[in-house]
Design a protein around this ligand. Structure first.
Ligand code: GRF
Length: 195
């Protein structure tokens, strides 16, 4: 299976996935990194791993459909069959959803439907929840609203601050995301998920 990872920032999830592939624990190949923030650290992470990068500036395009069309062309040229959103800070529009719906997954640092959108960690701290966690879900036209695939919870420590909680949540992400992707790819191979 050929994966495209979409990311906008640091790329620690991108790295976690790439590492598992290189360790032979994920039967996929990252064929492309798509990034909407030229200069984002994730681009360097892809470059050092010789993974092709499609970096673009949304403002250079007349509309979302235009840049998604450009991305789609790259995905088709590279025979990508799964889109992995890993810190991609944009909604996916119909241009990409139509051909890929059911093959686009996202990771979010809360137990959805709690705390959708930006700064889920800060929302959890603000709300004073005792338990939070990570959700991996299929992407639909909404924000963090697609069918849930996997979740993992952690207890929030007394006096925990945003930085310490983010660190512990990301450690879960780096383990759960590659594992869940592998499970999905195996299910497809067993024809449990229609291609
Ligand atoms: C992750 O916490 C992910 O859940 C959220 O954005 C963050 C991306 O982090 N959507 P990184 O760029 O993978 O380090």
């Amino acid at each position: 299976h050929k994966l495209a990872v979409f990311a906008s920032g640091t790329g620690s999830n991108f790295d976690a996935i790439a590492e598992q592939i290189e360790a032979g624990r994920l039967d996929g190949k990252i064929g492309l990194l798509v990034c909407d923030q030229p200069g984002a650290k994730v681009i360097d992470k892809a470059t050092v791993r010789n993974i092709p990068v499609f970096a673009f500036q949304p403002k250079e395009f007349p509309a979302k459909a235009a840049f998604e069309q450009a991305i789609l062309k790259e995905l088709q040229e590279k025979h990508i069959d799964w889109i992995i959103l890993a810190g991609y800070m944009r909604l996916v529009g119909p241009t990409l959803l139509a051909p890929f719906e059911g093959r686009i997954i996202n990771i979010h640092p809360s137990l959805l439907p709690a705390f959708p959108g930006k700064d889920a960690i800060g929302q959890a701290i603000e709300a004073g929840v005792k338990v939070t966690g990570v959700t991996i879900h299929f992407v639909d036209e909404g924000m963090d609203t697609g069918a849930i695939i996997e979740q993992e919870a952690i207890r929030v420590k007394e006096e925990e601050d945003r930085a310490s909680l983010q660190k512990r949540v990301q450690a879960i992400e780096h383990n759960l995301f590659p594992k869940t992707i592998q499970r999905l790819l195996m299910a497809v191979n067993r024809e449990e998920i229609k291609s």
